[in-house]
Design a protein around this ligand. Sequence first.
Ligand SMILES: NC(=O)c1ccc[n+]([C@@H]2O[C@H](COP(=O)([O-])OP(=O)(O)OC[C@H]3O[C@@H](n4cnc5c(N)ncnc54)[C@H](O)[C@@H]3O)[C@@H](O)[C@H]2O)c1
Length: 505
Amino acid sequence: MYADGVRIGVIGCGYWGPNHIRNFLALRNSGAKVVMAADRDPGRREHIAKLYPSIRLAEAAESVIGNPDIDAVVVATPVSSHYLLARAALQAGKHVLVEKPFVTDVKQAEELVSLARYQQRVLMVGHTFEYAAAVNRIRDLIEQHELGDVLYVRSLRVNLGLFQPDVSVLWDLAPHDVSILLYILQRQPTAVSAVGSSHFPNGLADVVSVTLDFGPQLMANIIASWLDPRKVREMTIVGTKKMLVYDDVSANEKVRIYDKGVDAPRHYDSFGEFHYSYRYGDIVTPYLEEYEPLREECAHFLECIRTGGLPRSSGEAGIGVVRILTAAEKSLRLGGARVPLDPGEGSLDVGGDAELRNTTHVRDRIDLSSAAVGVVSDGSFADTNGHGDETEYRHRVLVVGTDEHQLSFVTRALEDFRPGFDVATARTPEEASRWIEAFSPEVIILDADLTAATEPDSQRWLETVGSTSVLVLGAEQPGLLPEATMLAKPLRLPSLLSAMRDVAR
Ligand SMILES: NC(=O)c1ccc[n+]([C@@H]2O[C@H](COP(=O)([O-])OP(=O)(O)OC[C@H]3O[C@@H](n4cnc5c(N)ncnc54)[C@H](O)[C@@H]3O)[C@@H](O)[C@H]2O)c1
């Protein structure tokens, strides 16, 4: 596959899109082919035409997404269009590299990840710093315990402008800090708080301070601002053994490791004996290979397309970043309140743990949701309705059948009656298998007509649905799926919901 190279289309040729074009063009020996670029703005198309006359240009993003000669799409437009463009590109069967910030809504992020899995396409987020040599060296140093236990991280990302029309500085600059922190620490924070202020009429914060709580002994603080006279990109990491400063603006000393520390006396009997001892040792600047992080990111995207591998800055990892920024946004609105990050939220198997996905029973998942949001107290699914807060857990249901009428009845009924359900449908065992892989449904509702039609394959059906709880609509085939709960037709919604509740017990 891709013997003739990976054919790429870039949507958005403002400030950042042309950097993708330049880097993918430089990767032609690695099989990249930039075929097309789109931008609404004629001035930007003219600019690209002058620089790269061989690239076909279009005004509409749809010209790239609908082009059958394109394998992969880069979305480099402002964030407000990321979700719709990435979704359309995935639906059209393209691999997608979407710029940061991925999206500004956790559910949208999850939906894109599910869709990419279903379509078996690569979905990558442009968290460029995860490809920087300095960041990767820091990750290695932390992993090898060179700094000791990390106690505190401070990240400063400030400059004058560029003010964005559609998002605050939190969503424009802080995604970099958050993605770097998650990548180097390999830990998820348990809570977030943020304060900020807006100094211009659009009301979008132009200065923010975000604190990530990683549990006892480790906190991180991010300051992001468009109101600063100097461009500063600096991260300080304080460990029990050593301290490190990462200065991304520095030309040749991006990382400096300080053999500095402070120790408290273990025993003392009087105030006179008490004193901290400070250590001032060497400062080491490690050698770092020089390359453009975006080049590395583009090369990694190509490699994942070829191998089917999960990108370093995958959509799954992107969900984690969006989750933290959404919590920070909420905290900003609440004047700096501490917003806990619920481990049950965004539980779309973020780690991609296939084994867990296949063996976790619906009961565990329902218990998890009830612990997380304090609902399902009497075991009734109906209880989860009406909890409109942002931590609401959504139950994933897959409806499988060939009878269009039946399928649309069940789907619409579930969606209308219970906004807490995410419903997917499949018409064949193959389609069902792909949804099960991508979507990890908690309950599968199977139309018995379908299983009857494929009865010789009933064993295959059993294997397909695995350990997920199954409801079969139509009681005519009692022996078909022995562990399933059978429901007689004609189907009525209350009996369906009550059977789902029983299955979930
Ligand atoms: N990874 C990084 O380090 C990095 C750096 C800068 C920007 N970015 C991200 O890249 C994205 C673009 O940022 P930018 O600074 O280039 O913005 P920009 O405003 O300079 O450019 C966006 C371009 O997209 C075009 N556009 C918008 N909607 C379109 C549509 N539906 N169809 C076709 N064209 C459309 C606009 O005409 C504009 O030319 C943002 O998400 C930004 O956060 C990432």
